[in-house]
Design a protein around this ligand. Structure first.
Ligand SMILES: Cc1cc2nc3c(=O)[nH]c(=O)nc-3n(C[C@H](O)[C@H](O)[C@H](O)COP(=O)(O)OP(=O)(O)OC[C@H]3O[C@@H](n4cnc5c(N)ncnc54)[C@H](O)[C@@H]3O)c2cc1C
Length: 411
């Protein structure tokens, strides 16, 4: 019987636990998830899930549960945030569903996380241990030894305080799914702190009943302006509106979830057109993050250790693919387990492409100003529905079980 330790009980870590536990049909696999938080939970914001995520969720056995609370939206709409005019919309019904075989949806993070957590809890091969912050590993030819500290508080820049009590765990394999500031990655890759993008995001979730009826659109709307953009979409079965307003302000400090006054957020987007301004003004209890990512690396494995999700390929959220690709990682890892090198070879290129695509979208589509913004509007407005679908096909059509070869499709 193989024993695997997973550092980190986020979306990626729990998905990997399910996938690995189910991998051993003849030789059962046991999995222990070490999570530094004092409980297994996700934060309260929204998340977009493309068809590739649903394909992975189905393969993990939780697709239907996630669909129960998902909002299946009609369009990804791009508005010029200063003029208030519609630029284009990528339709997500009809031919999109037929072509990609699954919906595009938006969900409350908890509505994605809870089905994964429930499935882990129901699986006798999976043990969930909160309050354990992994600090490092050593390995021999036949085992890996992982050290963890009893965790206390997590600071804004991702460090963990704690009692200092050290625990040692032995296993056959270790999967580092401990996020963008991964302790496992620090040892395996050693590429220091993440790259601070200089982009600050403010996020809020409000009850839908506060939103005027004529603004309750069943779409993901993105208002693009000079060095800023504002996104909103319904979540929680339509009961809430998720608001996310981003500004390229050159921020240099890593910030994760700090509260910010609503007046501060309102005043940061002076050029925002009227409808978008009205929606932004509804937000309250805003929280702030400074977005970070990392350059793609080839080192994903070290003997009996591998990285997964944000620990392996943290990307800006502009392609809305960080969690989607973490779910894909989990399926592929389970399919080839315990061949960690095969897993890495199958995942590196695709996730590097997604990381670069996310940066490109921020620079070229969401934040251009003046003439560059006019050119963007003209270029996007000229694209047909099929053109738009072709552009996202390499991301949204991916099936982690069958499409193992990196796609050459349009990007
Ligand atoms: C503003 C924003 C919007 C986004 N929107 C989307 C979207 O629409 N669609 C999408 O697909 N993705 C989106 N993403 C990306 C997505 O949130 C991440 O890619 C995804 O959550 C990564 O999951 P993960 O499990 O790999 O990492 P994480 O979610 O970071 O989980 C890591 C876990 O490990 C734990 N941990 C950390 N260190 C240790 C340690 N040393 N020991 C033990 N445990 C540890 C943490 O507490 C956490 O529970 C967005 C990201 C942001 C910031």
């Amino acid at each position: 019987m193989a024993n695997t330790l997973i550092a980190g009980g986020g979306i990626g870590g729990l998905a990997a636990a399910l996938s690995i536990a189910r991998a051993g049909t003849n030789d059962p696999h046991r999995v222990t998830v070490l999570e530094r938080g004092d409980r297994f939970a996700e934060l309260g914001a929204g998340i977009q899930l493309a068809p590739n995520a649903f394909r992975a969720l189905d393969l993990l056995g939780v697709g239907d549960r996630v669909r129960e609370r998902a909002v299946f939206i009609d369009e990804l709409r791009l508005m010029d945030g200063t003029t208030g005019r519609r630029v284009t919309g990528l339709p997500l019904t009809g031919t999109y569903r037929e072509r990609f075989g699954n919906p595009y949806a938006v969900v409350h993070r908890g509505d994605l996380y809870q089905p994964l957590l429930d499935a882990c809890r129901a699986d006798g091969r999976i043990e969930l241990l909160p309050g354990h912050a992994v600090t490092g590993y050593t390995q021999t030819a036949d085992k890996v030894v992982v050290t963890s500290r009893i965790a206390g508080k997590v600071t804004a820049d991702g460090r963990t305080t704690g009692s200092g009590t050290v625990t040692r765990f032995e296993a056959d394999y270790l999967i580092g799914a401990d996020g963008i500031r991964s302790a496992v990655r620090a040892q395996l890759v050693g590429d220091g702190r993440p790259r601070v993008s200089g982009h600050t995001i403010h996020r809020s979730v409000i009850p839908m009943e506060r939103v005027p009826e004529e603004l309750r659109w069943n779409v993901v709307t993105l208002w693009a302006g000079p060095k800023w953009h504002f996104v909103h979409y319904p979540i929680g079965g339509g009961a809430f509106l998720n608001l996310a307003a981003t500004v390229d302000d050159g921020a240099t400090r890593e910030v994760a979830g700090e509260p910010v006054a609503r007046e501060v957020v309102r005043n940061r987007f002076p050029g925002l057109s009227d409808t978008a301004r009205a929606l932004l003004a509804l937000g309250d209890e805003w929280r702030t993050w400074v977005l970070c990512d990392r350059d793609p690396v080839s080192a994903w494995t070290d003997g009996r250790v591998a990285l997964l999700g944000d620990a392996a390929h943290p990307m800006l959220q502009y392609a809305a693919q960080g969690a989607c690709t973490a779910l894909e990682d989990a399926v592929v890892l389970g399919d080839v387990f315990p061949d960690l090198d095969a897993y890495a070879a199958l995942r590196r290129e695709r996730t590097a492409d997604a990381t670069r695509a996310a940066r490109w979208l921020g620079d070229r589509i969401y934040h251009p100003a003046g003439e560059a913004a006019r050119e963007r509007n003209g270029m996007l407005a000229a694209l047909s529905e099929t053109d738009l679908h072709d552009h996202v096909a390499w991301l949204h059509a991916y099936n982690p079980r069958t499409e193992r070869i990196p796609s050459d499709a349009v990007r």
